[in-house]
Design a protein around this ligand. Structure first.
Ligand SMILES: Cc1cc2nc3c(=O)[nH]c(=O)nc-3n(C[C@H](O)[C@H](O)[C@H](O)COP(=O)(O)OP(=O)(O)OC[C@H]3O[C@@H](n4cnc5c(N)ncnc54)[C@H](O)[C@@H]3O)c2cc1C
Length: 359
């Protein structure tokens, strides 16, 4: 994994620069006919603003090369965040699954006002437990969805919330102090949520890997997800929603119902953009079992169908479902995409079928 691939896929991270495509500035792209296109200011001979001014002149083209098959990006300008004097990571634990709505309503104003400037994460109990080496088989031997009573037991044993919010403050000591007061006061007024600071958490997981992510230090801790059920099967289901409590709760309940119906667990988190939520659910299954793999695929298809009925769609998907997801976005978009593909790559040599785009 690397910054170019992640940004070309419009991936997200956990610092104030977490919406990676927003931080991209200028691209060099090799087209199917061998032409080399430079976006933004890049086409101007002698220009020095290619990596600092995104828009250039006329239509701005960068976006159409992401999640597409119109060209190969061979250079990318990418803004790096200067390290602030202080980074103050913290966690807020909430006891009940039904708290999700209130959490989102509490956090959104802080996020939009940039008091909390990073991509805040609201992680469910199973996400955090499995990243820290909790296995389903430690608690239950029967196959199928894990009962809520066990989720509560895990919460208790592993000192987790039903929801675990991770955020950080960045800036000078004075800025961080002011913003910390605003955050703690907001929670005090809500009368809910247990704050855990770096000093309290010490070197413990999952706080440690989360605080590293929020400081821009990548790590592999989340691979623990694949030991929850064992067998390593994973499909990311990532519907987008407004950052609105009622919407997030509705999505969570819908996803959990469908997953549980297929004998699988809701292992999910919300990543708070400025005004949106990336609801990221890892559909975990045992891929050494043909039956379970089939069931996970059926479940994934049902998730897409049922979410679409409610007006939701995913922002990224695995190759097996890219054609299906392209349909969710409507025929006009598909038609325009196909026309562009035919114009730029008439023989369809670059990644045919990517995001459902063919000649
Ligand atoms: C445990 C786990 C946790 C993860 N957490 C996150 C997360 O927090 N955030 C997140 O966003 N993702 C996450 N992912 C998903 C994924 O691994 C990452 O997004 C990763 O950064 C993708 O980068 P890559 O370099 O592997 O891209 P690739 O998979 O190589 O590429 C991604 C896409 O971009 C296209 N592409 C790549 N390079 C170019 C290029 N030069 N020109 C044109 N197109 C190109 C490819 O065709 C591909 O479709 C996670 C995955 C796992 C297994």
């Amino acid at each position: 994994a690397g910054p170019v691939g992640n940004t070309m896929d419009r991936g997200v991270g956990y610092t104030p620069y977490g919406e990676h495509f927003l931080m991209q500035c200028g691209m060099e792209v090799v087209l199917a006919n061998g032409d080399v296109l430079r976006t933004g200011m890049g086409g101007v001979k002698g220009d020095k603003a290619w990596q600092v001014f995104k828009w250039g002149y006329g239509p701005t083209l960068d976006g159409m090369f992401t999640q597409s098959n119109y060209g190969i990006c061979t250079k990318m300008g990418f803004w790096l965040m200067p390290k602030p004097p202080v980074i103050k990571p913290f966690e807020i634990q909430f006891e009940d699954e039904s708290d999700i709505s209130e959490i989102v309503e509490l956090l959104r104003p802080l996020r939009i006002a940039n008091i909390i400037p990073n991509a805040v994460v609201i992680a469910g109990v199973l996400w955090e437990a499995s990243t820290c080496n909790t296995r389903r088989s430690d608690y239950i031997k029967e196959p199928g969805a894990t009962p809520d009573a066990i989720l509560k037991q895990i919460q208790k044993d592993k000192h987790l919330g039903a929801w675990n919010v991770y955020a950080a403050l960045y800036g000078s000591p004075e800025q961080v102090e002011v913003n910390w007061k605003i955050v703690t006061e907001t929670l005090r007024k809500a009368g809910k949520g247990k704050i855990i600071t770096q000093e309290q958490a010490g070197d413990t997981q999952p706080f440690k890997y989360r605080s590293q992510l929020m400081s821009g230090i990548p790590n592999l801790q989340e691979f623990g997800l694949y030991n929850w059920r064992g067998g390593g099967g994973s499909m990311w289901f990532a519907p987008v929603s407004q950052a609105r409590g009622s919407e997030c709760e509705k999505q969570m309940r819908l996803a959990k119902r469908i997953l549980n119906k297929h004998g699988l667990d809701y292992v999910g988190e919300f990543i708070v953009g400025w005004r949106d939520m990336h609801h990221v659910i890892d559909v975990l299954y045992d891929r050494t079992s043909e039956e379970e793999t089939q069931r996970a695929n059926t479940c994934f298809a049902e998730l897409l169908d049922e979410f679409e009925k409610e007006g939701y769609a995913v922002y990224r998907v695995n190759t097996a479902f890219q054609e299906r997801v392209a349909k969710s976005y409507g025929p006009v978009k598909r038609d325009v995409e196909r026309k562009i593909k035919r114009a730029l790559d008439p023989n369809g040599i670059l990644a045919p079928g990517k995001s459902g785009i063919r000649i």
